[in-house]
Design a protein around this ligand. Structure first.
Ligand code: CP
Ligand code: NVA
Length: 309
């Protein structure tokens, strides 16, 4: 790994991404076959949450345990983080106890500040800008189905949120074609558009027409219309996104056997129909499972459980 931390996917090289995915495949095999892989024996990870979580929390905690280490949960509201202790002091204190810090927060600047002051690796467990661990799990799941990523078309249908942004960066780095369908009122961050335009070999389109984006797609990804922290905008978001439902009519425009991915939690009947969700539930829950394996790989590579290349 070229970086000490995992804060956003644009910090990773394609080699870093494949190193994580390859190790995740190995760790998944080991886990499924009962092969011990206590690569972080005696190590500890503290996980800080300023937003809710089901998958992130349990996959990090179970993953650390399976690696022979231990994870601690620190809720924003229950700790000094929620009382306004400066993030640089939290970083310097927790670095004295633990071998790694994972944080789910609002602003990318918070995790960047945490990483600046921490002396141990910091992992972004999602914020408003990025969801790198989720997208690495998505790439792992897509590669399990198609064997290779390069040349596949990934379409995303929804607002220009953390998932849209990390999917764009991760998929383009793996030489996939990316088509985003986002309402004009909810575009992705300008950084992401700049990234997509930064390399002439990237194949990227942004449209407000979901039908155009999903045409001939190999994989369609979607996400909730109202992300955590955006609840006050629920009404406007519902109005802007009402035609952004991944249903069987939309799916029919993609390639036959097109894969569907959803980071979860899902609001069935909004961004995805119940019918499409249930027809693709195996792929969606493989994606959820792969959070465990991919994060174990990330922790091993960053926290010294395995010699990085
Ligand atoms: N996909 C995801 O991050 O799920 P949680 O919010 O449950 O952690
Ligand atoms: N975009 C969603 C992802 C949840 C995993 C959110 O930020 O709430």
């Amino acid at each position: 790994m070229t970086n000490k931390h995992l804060l956003k996917l644009s910090d990773l090289t394609p080699n870093d991404i494949y190193e994580i995915l390859n190790l995740a495949d190995q760790l998944k095999y080991d886990q499924h076959h009962g092969i011990p892989h206590r690569l972080l024996e005696g190590k500890t990870l503290v996980t800080i949450y300023e937003k809710r979580s089901t998958r992130t929390r349990i996959s990090f905690e179970a993953g650390m345990f399976q690696l022979g280490g231990m994870a601690f949960y620190l809720g924003g509201d229950e700790s000094q983080v929620g009382r306004g202790e400066p993030i640089e002091d939290t970083a310097r204190s927790l670095s004295r106890y633990c071998d790694g810090i994972m944080m789910r927060t609002y602003n990318q600047s918070t995790i960047e500040q945490l990483a600046k002051y921490a002396t141990v690796p910091v992992i972004n467990g999602m914020n408003d800008y990025a969801h790198p661990c989720q997208v690495l799990a998505d790439l792992m799941t897509i590669r399990e189905k198609y064997a290779n990523l390069d040349g596949l078309k990934l379409a995303y249908v929804g607002d220009g949120n953390n998932m849209a942004q990390s999917l764009t960066v991760g998929a383009l780095k793996c030489d996939m074609e990316v088509a985003l369908a986002c309402p004009k009122s909810y575009p992705p961050h300008q950084d992401i558009l700049d990234f997509a335009a930064s390399d002439p070999s990237f194949v990227f389109t942004l449209t407000d027409d979901p039908r155009e984006a999903v045409k001939d797609a190999d994989v369609i990804c979607t996400d909730v219309w109202v992300s955590m922290g955006k609840e006050a905008e629920a009404e406007e978001r519902h109005a802007a996104l009402k035609n952004y439902c991944v249903n069987s009519e939309l799916l029919a425009l993609a390639k036959p056997n097109c894969m569907v991915q959803h980071c979860l939690p899902a609001r069935k009947g909004e961004e995805i129909s119940k019918e499409v969700f249930e027809a693709h539930a195996n792929e969606i829950f493989d994606e959820a499972e792969n959070r465990l394996h991919v994060q174990k790989a990330i922790m091993c590579l960053l926290m010294g459980g395995i010699q990085a290349e």
